[in-house]
Design a protein around this ligand. Sequence first.
Ligand SMILES: Cc1cc2nc3c(=O)[nH]c(=O)nc-3n(C[C@H](O)[C@H](O)[C@H](O)COP(=O)(O)OP(=O)(O)OC[C@H]3O[C@@H](n4cnc5c(N)ncnc54)[C@H](O)[C@@H]3O)c2cc1C
Length: 263
Amino acid sequence: MKIEIATVMENKLIASNLWKMKMTAPDVAEQYKGAGQFIQILVQSSWESPLRRPMSIAAVDGDEIAIIYKVFGRMTQILTELKAGTALDILGPLGNTFRWDDNEFTAVLVGGGVGLAPVLNMYGECTAAGQEAVLVLGARTSVEHFIDHKPQNNVFLATDDGTTGIAGTVIPAIVKSLENTSKPEILACGPEPMLKAVQEFAAAHQIPAQISVESYMGCGVGICQGCVVKRVNGNVAEHSYHEKYSLVCIDGPVYQSKDVIIG
Ligand SMILES: Cc1cc2nc3c(=O)[nH]c(=O)nc-3n(C[C@H](O)[C@H](O)[C@H](O)COP(=O)(O)OP(=O)(O)OC[C@H]3O[C@@H](n4cnc5c(N)ncnc54)[C@H](O)[C@@H]3O)c2cc1C
């Protein structure tokens, strides 16, 4: 993990309220281990806003890393205003990665909302490694998508309002994507309700699943204890704090779905 002054190379709107930023960050890129890892960005260093903002790494290409972000509040709004050449204080890479032990499965990569970045990153890694992969992306409406619905290429889009792809949440799109899929394993990242639905779907259909949990986070390095997720720890009668909760920033953000309780 390094603190590095990165240089913004490109920062552009790619869909409604969705931005992609590329920056050179040789030290962070050198230590990067894989999709799932994130950086903490100090957007503004002031008493008003001392906290870094976590962003998943969407791609790494040589010295360059990319993030894909949605505007939620003040800091993400400020991010949209940064021009090429701006210096940006980042900390990373942080957290663990999605993983696969052998190639005998099909990765069903499911992303929604701000969870797009690690899922697209994983898709790139699967494609580069010749790993079978299916992409399922959910959004509220068509203008929030920036790639095309192409089931023939194993790319399935879902929209809540049915304006593109399959109408509804990601679940009907996952069902569709599984029609021609052997030995699926779901790898998902997205908002809490989506992760919970994916978790329940995976458990009901006995499909192994990994989920990346983007809980609200302060420090990103295990000090503030703000990002906890509850562990499935049914057999322990008296829990210690760390047996009951896991720190997303250092134990995660990627978990076996069966190991954590969402929501
Ligand atoms: C490990 C990790 C990876 C992330 N990766 C990405 C990414 O790749 N792209 C991306 O767009 N965002 C990502 N996020 C979320 C991102 O960090 C927040 O959207 C950002 O910090 C918001 O900052 P802000 O100052 O704009 O908004 P704030 O003013 O801090 O928040 C505005 C409102 O947004 C909501 N909110 C903000 N962050 C979260 C959160 N983490 N969970 C639930 N609600 C939240 C809250 O309701 C809050 O009131 C990630 C979060 C984590 C923990």
